[in-house]
Design a protein around this ligand. Structure first.
Ligand code: UDP
Length: 229
């Protein structure tokens, strides 16, 4: 990038760098850790970005820590289509809803949360996209250097609450099977959104009902994603 005179960078990091946070909401100053190889890639690349900036302060780098992106473009033409068995909650729920899989496995029902299932900060992909535009605008600010921002809604939602919201949006019953906790999963993770609000002038607009509505619109129009049955 330097060889081509490109010294502005927005990096897609992840809330996974907070590991199992001791408290919530997670602020950008929280200690960082990685519970799995994916998290390590995010952590290491964040470190490399910070090092580049320390060595060459004329770079402008924004690290965006995504919480849990879900939903789809409201047109229903662009959405998530993972290969193989989905690792994330909502793509799995979507595949159950269209009949591609028999039931959702809920990983852990004994967490210290209102209904025993894990809590996350789900964010609509359109809000996330707008967060990137805000981050790009910030790179034009002459006073900006290397900064990190959470992109989340600041609200926690449990697995069961998410399943219920999706059932309401789709009118489809999602059968569930309760299972043990998944190794490496944290109990409760949600964002402090204050820094992004203050410095990027950005705030998520959509709630989980909007996310589920748009995800179902995409799923029902494209039950096999970009592929074929
Ligand atoms: N989860 C689940 N079944 C699945 C996938 C995920 O119960 O098939 C749970 C998981 O334990 C966590 C939440 O859903 O509490 C979100 O998981 P995801 O993998 O989507 O995001 P992450 O754990 O990386 O935040």
């Amino acid at each position: 990038m330097a060889a081509h005179g490109c010294k502005k960078l927005v990096f897609s990091s992840s809330a996974t760098v907070y590991g199992w946070p001791k408290e919530v909401p997670c602020t950008e100053e929280f200690p960082l850790s990685a519970a799995n190889p994916y998290g390590k890639t995010k952590l290491y690349i964040e470190e490399i970005c910070r090092d580049i900036y320390r060595a060459e302060p004329d770079w402008k780098i924004t690290l965006l820590r995504y919480f849990n992106p879900v939903g789809a473009h409201p047109s229903g033409n662009i959405g998530e289509d993972p290969r193989g068995i989905p690792n994330n909650l909502m793509p799995f729920v979507q595949q159950v809803a269209v009949g591609r899989r028999p039931a959702l496995t809920i990983f852990g029902t004994d967490y210290n949360t209102s209904d025993g299932t894990g809590v996350r900060d789900y964010i609509h992909v359109v809000d996330l996209a707008n967060g990137h535009i805000a981050a790009l605008c910030k790179l034009d600010d002459p006073n900006t250097g290397c900064e990190v921002y959470n992109l989340g809604t600041g609200k926690g939602t449990s697995v069961l609450e998410m399943v219920t919201a999706f059932e309401q949006a789709s009118g489809v019953k999602i059968p569930v099977v309760k299972a043990d906790r998944r190794p490496g999963d944290a109990e409760v993770v949600y964002a402090s959104t204050k820094k992004a609000e203050r410095e990027l002038n950005w705030k998520a607009k959509y709630g989980i009902d909007d996310m589920c509505r748009d995800q179902w619109n995409w799923a029902s129009k494209n039950p096999y994603g970009y592929g074929e049955s």
